[in-house]
Design a protein around this ligand. Structure first.
Ligand code: SAH
Ligand code: SF4
Ligand code: F3S
Length: 467
């Protein structure tokens, strides 16, 4: 084959499978099912990784619990994207000294993006001595080996060797749901937005082969999954590393051709690589949700340039117009950062006017969080936390008004809704555009598409009645 496969060699993965069988054998002498708990922080990529961690644990013979006190193995799969996420992990890891004291054989594992940072591993090594195993995303596939070492020999394992990253195909996976599924199509990020830690902890962009993706999608459809979300930090750069002439739009078309009744969603898209081909493909493919999460981050071209986003305000707005010209009712959501170092009051106003102009269905708003090691961390940041909080509150107020109006406009309309779960005694579902709908009905409807008349709404959700 003409392209470089950045895959972990099969014989190394086979070795991990042997270790899993070994651990299973070893644990069977316990006379009870050992229990594990996996706690996930961060984004969908991490949730997908946690499904693999649970898959490996299940294969090693573990059952699952949500109680720290009864777990034999506790895994914290962490996120490093903002300081707040890290503080939560330190707080929760700290609290585990109690469960470990009550059960000294308990094994505590800290993995994920936060663990990949040297400063974090050092702090865990020195100040959180009850943590047994620490590894970053690159070493996820070696989890069985680390666990075996601690089970057999005790001691601690730290594996955070930096890497550009590789792909481990065929890891066992224990999915969280039976209706909605994550399907990772690529890993890593090459964009180095100046505020962001992700490229440092997740490595370079690497795409799974179209064959592997298609096989997984077919298996999901065959297993009855109805809502498949394709995952990547920037799905629009899919395939650039493979040189097969297959891009993200081609992947959408391929999956769209699988027989069956299901919806295809994807996230996240970077505006710099989104365009005509993507939008025309979305419009043409009946199974692809008319929904786009397209983070803009700032409405100011000066700030966008300082963020290294590689598009201007005008280019972003033109892209939105283009998307709407293909799909007039497309549901649009976005991410935005308030208070990037040096963002002035006037520049923040440009974020406000962009939000007012686009009228997103929902917005994920973040106050800038300094990430040591990123270029933005050493930029002058003269505005206070209070200044930023004020801007943030104003932005939220504006978006709340927009979301409420948008949602209210659904009232009286009929939407096709995939019923996907329950919240107490109400059913929940998603419109094709991905908006949350609450309705009453029987649990047996879970997993089916139903027409629902929308009768009520608030900022975040719709409510309706089955037709
Ligand atoms: N790859 C995705 C986003 C991943 S992180 C993309 O590029 O769209 C999710 C969101 O977290 C980002 O879109 C950004 O809005 C926010 N974010 C990332 N780093 C941040 C930081 N240092 N401070 C505040 N928000 C941040
Ligand atoms: Fe971070 Fe930018 Fe990559 Fe998204 S595209 S993960 S914001 S560096
Ligand atoms: Fe967090 Fe890592 Fe995702 S830093 S947002 S869990 S890629």
């Amino acid at each position: 084959m003409s392209y470089i496969r950045k895959e972990i060699p099969p014989e190394l993965l086979a070795r991990q499978r042997e270790i899993m069988a070994d651990i299973r054998e070893h644990l069977s002498s316990l006379g009870r099912t050992p229990l594990a708990m996996v706690d996930t922080y961060g984004c969908q990529q991490n949730e997908a990784d946690s499904e693999k961690l649970r898959g490996m644990l299940a294969e090693m013979g573990y059952g699952f619990t949500t109680k720290e006190s009864e777990a034999d193995v506790i895994v914290l799969n962490t996120c490093a994207v903002r300081e707040h996420a890290e503080q939560r992990v330190y707080g929760n890891v700290g609290a585990l000294t109690h469960t470990k004291k009550a059960n000294p054989n308990q094994i505590i594992v800290l993995c994920g993006c936060m663990a990949q940072q040297e400063s974090v591993a050092k702090r865990i090594k020195e100040s959180y001595r009850h943590v047994d195993i620490v590894f970053g995303p690159h070493a996820l596939w070696r989890f069985p080996e680390f666990l075996q070492k601690v089970l057999r020999e005790g001691g601690r394992v730290f594996e955070i060797t930096p890497s550009d990253g590789a792909i481990a195909e065929g890891l066992p996976q224990k999915r969280d749901g039976s209706v909605k599924a994550w399907l990772s199509i690529m890993y890593g990020c090459n964009n180095f937005c100046t505020y962001c830690i992700v490229p440092y902890v997740r490595g370079r962009e690497r795409s799974r082969t179209p064959e592997d993706i298609l096989a997984e999608a077919k298996a999901l459809v065959a297993a009855g999954y109805k809502d498949i979300t394709l995952l990547g930090q920037n799905v629009n750069s899919y395939g650039k590393d493979l040189n097969l002439g297959v891009d993200f739009s081609d992947i959408l078309s391929m999956i769209n051709q699988i027989d069956g009744d299901f919806v295809i969603r994807f996230m996240t898209s970077h505006p710099k690589d989104a365009g005509e081909k993507l939008f025309s493909t979305m419009a043409r493919c009946d199974k692809v949700a008319k929904q786009l999460h397209l983070p803009f981050q700032s409405g100011s071209s000066r700030v966008l340039s300082a963020m290294n986003r590689r598009y201007t305000r005008e280019e972003y707005l033109a892209l939105i117009d283009l998307a709407r010209s293909y799909m007039p009712d497309i549901v649009l959501t976005s991410d935005v950062i308030v208070g990037f170092p040096g963002e002035t009051e006037e520049e923040f106003e440009e974020t406000m006017t962009l939000v007012d102009r686009v009228k997103f269905d929902a917005l994920f708003t973040f106050i800038y969080s300094r990430r040591p090691g990123t270029p933005a961390a050493s930029m002058p940041d003269p505005f206070t936390r209070e200044d930023k909080q004020k801007r943030f509150d104003r932005l939220i107020a504006l978006q709340t008004e927009i979301s409420e109006k948008k949602h209210a406009s659904y009232i009286g309309k009929t939407e096709r809704v995939l019923i996907d779960g329950t919240e107490g005694s109400t059913l929940t579902g998603r419109t094709d555009g991905g908006r949350l709908v609450r309705l009453s009905g029987d649990e047996s409807l879970i997993g089916s598409f139903r027409n629902v008349k929308i009768t009520g709404s608030n900022t975040w959700a719709l409510s309706g009645e089955l037709i």
